[in-house]
Write a protein that binds this ligand. Sequence first.
Ligand SMILES: Cc1cc2nc3c(=O)[nH]c(=O)nc-3n(C[C@H](O)[C@H](O)[C@H](O)COP(=O)(O)O)c2cc1C
Length: 451
Amino acid sequence: METRADGKKRQMKLSLFMTGDGNYHMAGWRLPSSNSDAGQNIQRWIDTAQALERAKIHMLFIADAASPPGTDDLETLSLTARIDRMDPVPILSAVAMMTKHIGLASTMSTTYLEPYNLARTVASLDHVSGGRAAWNIVTGSNKDDALQFNRDQHAPHAERYERAEEFVDVVRGIWDSYDDDAFPRDKESGVYMRPDKVHFLNHVGKYFKVRGPSAVPRSPQGHPVLVQAGSSEPGMNISARVADIVFTSQTTLESAKAFCDNLKGRCERFGRTPDDVLVMPGALLFMADTESEAKEKYDQLNSLIPLRVAMQRLQANLGGVDLSKYDLDAPLPDIKVNDARVSAVESYIAISRREGLTLRQMAMRSAAAKHHWTLVGSVKQVADELEAWFLGGGADGFNILPSDNPGAVDTLVNKLVPELQRRGLFRTEYEGKTLRENLGLRRPPDLSHRR
Ligand SMILES: Cc1cc2nc3c(=O)[nH]c(=O)nc-3n(C[C@H](O)[C@H](O)[C@H](O)COP(=O)(O)O)c2cc1C
């Protein structure tokens, strides 16, 4: 087994990627075994998290966008479960009460929220969960979000990232409002808080003016874990500067390795080491005991996707480009990159060229798996592939996308994890108390002393 620079054994990190309704495949909710009400059914979220915890999975991640996607075509949207999306933070707060170890990550957008609110919410989740909170920093891939927040259009890519850089600094500054020992809460002397341990941020920047201090004491992890999921040039820079975990969509070991090398190579520029950031590509698994059963499941799920749904989703995933004028059975045309989802558009085009897909086939592939790495095979075959990427320098772990829930989650927990454990690639116990400890990440120093 490989060892890290600090001499520790290197093992895979695993996260489960959940959407609002709990099924990543567009037709996942239609399988007889699926939880079609999982969006609102809090018990189902708890059951899922507890199952993951039994398998020692690092983190439950809930992806999010504030607005339902595709409401301009309600007929098509009505054939999907994508309208079903509760706010992840209350879900994770409830899950926190019924679990002990698993990390709890939510997406929150830097484009439409205010950093002070976000800092307070995530620090509160960190307290509520005893140090297990994580924030997935996104600039937002759903252009409809703009319409809920006083705007007519999604802000341009470059502007979103400029705002995101400043946003993250404000959040981290607010998290450092108090020294760790700022609250003696001494009943005898009557001193609840030490004024000399309080730090005002006094931030005045291009986008934000935030004085501080926070209403929440420094949280158990110091800083909740920072995840970043943009893979464009500015996305990689913000990852290299601040992220603890990077989610990315890569479909070959070669591209995954190039991404890892590129990202980790940038860390030094920001005073960080390659081990400070964990790269976890998405992996959508269609897995069963045998390869033929897995293929059967994949085909069955795909047969349940209406073409109009697939086309509408591809159109949205390509940033809203009009696909109606193109021949369905010709190769995917060269799409001018709309800046709503820069790196995603490039991945769709690369996949369609490499796999020789027509527009129709690309639409179906995108409704099944978006642009994520898709594995269809036996548990052993899937474990072989994950092992090859992990040992081949393409990943520190994986963000597993369950096609359906509980079906794919059960297979992950009861079959894949034991197989990875047998190979020594995955742990058999949680190592620490907080998510940072369980990921082998340092607790960040209190930056307020450096201001
Ligand atoms: C695994 C993964 C998860 C993501 N989750 C979300 C999400 O929950 N909400 C969102 O708006 N964007 C999400 N994104 C998209 C982005 O983070 C990013 O905002 C978008 O890709 C545009 O940035 P880029 O061009 O730098 O990639 C996700 C991307 C990946 C790869």
